[in-house]
Design a protein around this ligand. Structure first.
Ligand code: ZN
Length: 467
């Protein structure tokens, strides 16, 4: 019988940014832990251990997505812990952080305990919990930050909402600092944004939709920089979408302010021109994208609600600035903002549709395509944004292949081309703009604590047998 939760992965390109390792070698997993990396891996492997030929593949620490909406409790028609973590595993993710804007909101120790317990039973990847900053995410009164920390949250955020009262935010930062918790913020100034539904600019005017100005994001990023400086607390700005925000963060980081930022693939792949329909997008902002031949460019109608998210898709200039921020390290973290919604909720007029798209199954490929295949970033730098950087921000004992670490391992093929279809999705929701797109780069195997939770091909093979 093969050893349990053990495996020898041979001949892969092993990339572990935390150990500054990037070479073709072997990794030995024994009883759910990394036992050895390098020449000693093979020497130490027992003869019963399962072997995995990783030749031509990248072997790296399990990817971490620190911005996921699992929708439990309260919104399990959209997603559940079981389906959301299955989608994560397919996407190559071994750990995720779930956002607290559930119903009820995750603003008490009891709700944190409920989710952690359910995730242990039903989740296939590690689920870390973010608690709310304010009670009920109402932005009026602080949540019990100390007891949230005791219950195990790794950060606090009112994501989906943004605390408008600067004094309340200051006090949240002061409390969070006492508990060494990072404060993650969805940056949106309500008085500037009001009921904007897409980026304010040429296309919002042309399409007659209410604009969500980039200044509404920049204003809160600037506020957060000032408050991080004042309090010394660690502030993390979520889903950065605008050139102004990137410039503010770059300057603040130069001055040593404890501030960080993340980017999601939709903001550095797409622009607001997508809302005018595919023909307009491919003729303009999408012209150079992914080198698709004319005949294989996906098409969609104008006003498609799968291009509606918050913050919104912005201009080509903003998209370029986000890419530059990722390249120069201003934005150190990649994540999805996986935000599932039911079909019937999205199948309404653009104005009335909820914001958000799913992303766990496409973020690795889209990041590889825009950052690695375009030679903007090396593989190791890209992997760091999915592993070491989020682990550092959240103080997780994850994100590395060092001997003794939990054997959370992702194996992916950066060159594998595939087309994303609803039948390849494990998510309960289908609100992604990327169905039908030819993507390049895919997780081949995802392992959590030595246990394989996803393996490419196994499922299609099983379907074949069932006829
Ligand atoms: Zn958000």
């Amino acid at each position: 019988m093969a050893d349990t939760n053990s495996m020898l992965l041979t001949g892969g390109r092993v990339i572990d940014p935390a150990s500054k390792l990037d070479k073709v070698t072997d990794v030995l997993v024994v009883n759910g832990k990394i036992a050895a990396v390098g020449a000693e891996a093979k020497a130490q492997a027992s003869k019963n251990v399962e072997r995995f030929d990783a030749k031509g593949l990248v072997v790296c620490p399990g990817l971490i997505d620190l911005h996921v909406h699992l929708r439990e409790p309260g919104q399990s028609a959209k997603e559940t812990i079981a389906t959301g973590t299955a989608a994560a595993a397919r996407g190559g993710f071994t750990s995720l952080v779930c956002m607290p804007n559930t119903s009820p909101a995750i603003d008490s120790a009891g709700t944190v305990a409920l989710i952690r317990e359910k995730a242990l039973r039903e989740g296939v990847v590690n689920v870390f919990v973010a608690g709310a900053i304010s009670k009920g995410i109402a932005g009026e009164e602080l949540a019990p930050i100390g007891s949230l920390k005791q219950a195990g949250v790794v950060a606090i955020t009112d994501d989906g909402h943004c605390i408008q009262n600067n004094d309340l935010m200051r006090r949240a930062l002061e409390y969070a600092k006492m508990f060494d918790l990072p404060v993650m913020d969805h940056c949106q100034d309500y008085s500037l944004v009001t009921d904007g539904v897409m980026n304010e600019g040429y296309w919002s005017t042309a399409l007659g939709l209410r604009g969500w100005p980039a200044a509404g994001e920049d204003m809160i990023v600037a506020r957060n920089i000032l408050l991080a400086e004042l309090t010394g607390a660690r502030v993390h700005c979520q889903h950065i979408s605008s050139a102004g925000s990137v410039a503010l963060l770059r300057d603040a980081k130069k001055r040593g302010v404890p501030i960080s930022g993340e980017a999601c693939p939709h903001h550095f792949v797409l622009t607001d021109a997508t809302i005018a329909g595919s023909a307009k997008f491919w003729a303009g902002d999408g012209k150079e994208l992914f080198g698709y031949a004319a005949g294989e460019r996906p098409s969609w109608p104008n006003y498609h609600t799968n291009f509606k998210m918050n913050p919104p898709l912005r201009s080509a200039r903003d998209r370029e600035a986000v890419l530059e921020g990722l390249v120069d390290g201003t934005l150190e973290i990649l994540c999805s903002d996986h935000a599932p919604h039911c079909d019937y909720e999205k199948e309404v007029e653009f104005d009335y549709a909820p914001f958000g798209i799913t992303g766990l199954e496409t973020e690795l490929a889209l990041s590889l395509m825009q950052l690695h295949h375009t030679k903007r970033l090396g593989l190791s730098e890209l992997i760091a944004k999915f592993t070491m950087a989020p682990a550092e921000l959240l103080r997780l004992d994850k994100g590395t292949l060092k001997a003794g670490a939990d054997a959370d391992v992702t194996v992916f093929d950066p060159e594998h081309e595939w087309v994303y279809h609803p039948e390849n999705s494990a998510s309960k929701s289908y609100n992604t703009p990327f169905f039908g797109w030819r993507l390049k780069g895919k997780a081949v195997m995802t392992m959590v604590a030595g246990k394989v939770v996803w393996r490419e091909g196994k499922e299609s093979a099983m379907v074949g047998h069932d006829g």
